[in-house]
Design a protein around this ligand. Structure first.
Ligand code: PXL
Length: 453
C-alpha cells in the first residue's frame, strides 16, 4: 500500500448550517490549501444568510470524547479554535490543548455574529483570556472583539495598538487585530514580541461578507501546519482571503459568503478554457477555415465567468494567421493574450455575462448574407461616427464599436460587423456563449461559404 503523508490541522468550532462560516468554512479552507482537516464541533448553530437563529452548545464531555479520539491518533500540526459558546467549553478546550501539548494554536475569538447574535458568553470571554490565550501562538480578533478582550475602545490607530498591547499581556504570543471593519483600507495590525507589523491591502468588496474572519484565521492555521513562519503565514493568508472575497458568492438571499474554493474553481475553469480553445483550434485547422480569415488575421477570445480585466480573457498571442485555406498559430493560447479581442469579450460580457466567446472573421457581402440566412441576430456600427477621443485612445475603438452595436440593437447579437474606415479593414465578429457554440457558428458559416463561393 502506498502511503501519502499529509499535513493535518484541527478546528474546534461551531457548525454553521448556512455553510459560510464556522466548521464548514474551516474545512474548505484547510482542504483547498492542501491540509487535511479534522473537526471538533463545539456548538451547532441554526442560521442562514440572514443571520443566526439559534445555537446549541454541545455538552463538554462530547467535546472531550471527540478530542480524545483525535489525540489517540497522529498528532495535528496546528489547531484553530472558533466559536466555543460558553465558559465550560473554553475551559475544557484549554485543558485538552494544554494536556496534549498541541503547537501552532490559533484562537479566533468569536464572540458576536455579524448579525448580532451572541456566540460566546461573558464568562466565556473571561475564560478565553485566562486559560486559552496563554496557550496560543496567535489570536485574531476583529475591532469589536479586540475591544471586548482589552476593554479599550478603538477609535484610532493608537487605540488599536494599545488594545493589542493589553491582549498580549494575557500571555498569547502574537495578536492580530484585523481591519475589515475599519472605514478605510482593511489593514491588519500584528503585535508580537518583535514588535508591530501592518499587513495592508486595498478594500476588495464594499459588501459585508459572511465567513471572512473564519477563513482568514483558518488560512493562517493551514500555513502554520505546513511549517510556514507566522508573519509569512499571515501574509499568505491575507492574499488568500482577498481571493475568497473577490470570488464571494450569493449562496442565499441575504449576506454574501466568502468562497474559500474561489482560487481552485478559477484555476480549474482556466484549464477548461485552455482545453476548449485548443480543441477549437484543432477543429478549425482540420476544417481549413483559412478563407474566413481577414487580412489583419484573426483571433479567438474566451472570457472566464465573471471576467473583468484583460487577464481574465484567453486569446492567442500574435493571432491566428492564414496561408490559403490553412491556418496557423505562433503561440499557445494565453490569458491576457490579446487586448483587442479581450476588449470585445469584456464589453459583450458587461451586457450579457453568459456570452463569453468571440472570433473575428473577414467581411464580405456574401458572408453577411450567409449570416442572415443562418438567422443570426446581426448588429453593426459605423467607424466614421467614432468620437475623436475614442480614436486617439489606443485599443478603445473596439470597445466603443461593440458597445455602440449592442446598445443600438438592444441586446447582444450573434454578429457585429462594420464596414471599416481609414486604414481599418471591414470585419465581422461572431459572438457565442461558449467555445462549443462558437465553433458551431463558425463551421456553419464556413460550410455555406464554401458551397456558395
Ligand atoms: O463568523 C463568526 C462565526 C463563527 N462560527 C460560527 C458562526 C459565526 C458567525 O455567524 O456562526 C458557527
Amino acid at each position: 500500500m502506498s502511503e501519502i503523508t499529509v499535513n493535518t490541522a484541527l478546528t474546534i468550532a461551531g457548525s454553521d448550517s448556512g455553510g459560510g462560516a464556522g466548521i464548514q468554512a474551516d474545512l474548505k479552507t484547510f482542504s483547498s490549501l492542501g491540509v487535511f482537516c479534522k473537526t471538533i464541533i463545539a456548538s451547532i448553530t441554526s442560521q442562514n444568510s440572514f443571520g443566526v437563529q439559534s445555537t446549541h452548545d454541545l455538552p463538554v464531555d462530547v467535546i472531550e470524547q471527540q478530542f480524545r479520539a483525535i489525540s489517540e491518533d497522529k498528532k495535528c500540526q496546528a489547531v484553530k479554535t472558533g466559536m466555543l459558546g460558553n465558559e465550560e467549553t473554553v475551559c475544557m478546550v484549554a485543558k485538552l490543548i494544554k494536556k496534549s501539548r498541541l503547537k501552532n494554536v490559533v484562537v479566533d475569538p468569536v464572540v458576536i455574529s455579524s448579525s448580532g447574535k451572541r456566540l460566546l458568553t461573558r464568562g466565556g470571554v473571561e475564560a478565553l483570556k485566562k486559560h486559552l490565550l496563554p496557550l496560543a501562538s496567535l489570536v485574531t480578533p476583529n475591532i469589536k472583539e479586540a475591544e471586548l478582550l482589552s476593554g479599550v475602545k478603538i477609535k484610532s490607530e493608537s487605540d488599536r495598538k494599545k488594545a493589542a498591547r493589553v491582549i498580549l499581556k494575557t500571555g498569547v504570543r502574537a495578536v492580530l487585530i484585523t481591519g475589515g471593519h475599519l472605514k478605510g483600507d482593511p489593514d491588519d495590525l500584528l503585535l508580537d514580541s518583535i514588535g508591530v507589523q501592518v499587513f495592508s491591502s486595498e478594500r476588495l468588496s464594499k459588501a459585508d461578507m459572511h465567513g471572512t474572519g473564519c477563513v482568514f484565521s483558518a488560512a493562517i492555521t493551514a500555513r502554520l501546519a505546513k511549517g510556514t513562519p507566522l508573519r509569512e503565514a499571515i501574509g499568505d493568508a491575507k492574499k488568500y482571503i482577498g481571493q475568497a472575497i473577490v470570488g464571494g458568492v450569493a449562496s442565499g438571499n441575504g449576506t454574501l459568503c466568502v468562497e474559500p474554493f474561489a482560487t481552485m474553481y478559477r484555476e480549474s475553469e482556466k484549464q477548461q478554457c485552455l482545453c476548449d480553445l485548443e480543441e477549437a483550434m484543432e477543429i478549425f485547422t482540420k476544417e481549413r477555415i483559412g478563407n474566413l480569415v481577414p487580412e489583419v488575421q484573426t483571433n479567438i477570445g474566451l472570457g472566464l465567468s465573471n471576467a473583468k480585466k484583460h487577464e481574465d480573457v484567453l486569446a492567442i498571442p500574435g493571432r491566428v494567421i492564414k496561408n490559403g485555406e490553412d491556418i496557423f498559430t505562433g503561440a499557445r493560447p494565453q490569458f491576457g493574450g490579446s487586448r483587442h479581442v479581450a476588449n470585445i469579450v469584456l464589453t459583450v460580457m458587461q451586457h450579457e455575462p453568459d456570452m463569453r466567446a468571440v472570433m473575428n472573421i473577414k467581411y464580405t457581402d456574401a458572408l453577411l448574407r450567409i449570416c442572415k440566412k443562418l438567422k443570426y441576430k446581426i448588429a453593426s456600427f459605423d467607424r466614421s461616427k467614432e468620437p475623436k477621443k475614442v480614436r486617439v485612445r489606443e485599443g478603445s475603438s473596439l470597445e466603443w464599436g461593440t458597445e455602440k452595436a449592442i446598445t443600438s440593437f438592444g441586446s447582444v447579437p450573434d454578429i457585429i460587423y462594420d464596414l471599416g474606415g481609414i486604414r481599418k479593414e471591414e470585419m465581422i465578429r461572431v459572438i457565442a456563449e461558449d467555445m462549443e457554440s462558437l465553433v458551431k457558428k463558425i463551421l456553419d458559416i464556413h460550410r455555406l461559404y464554401k458551397k456558395e463561393g
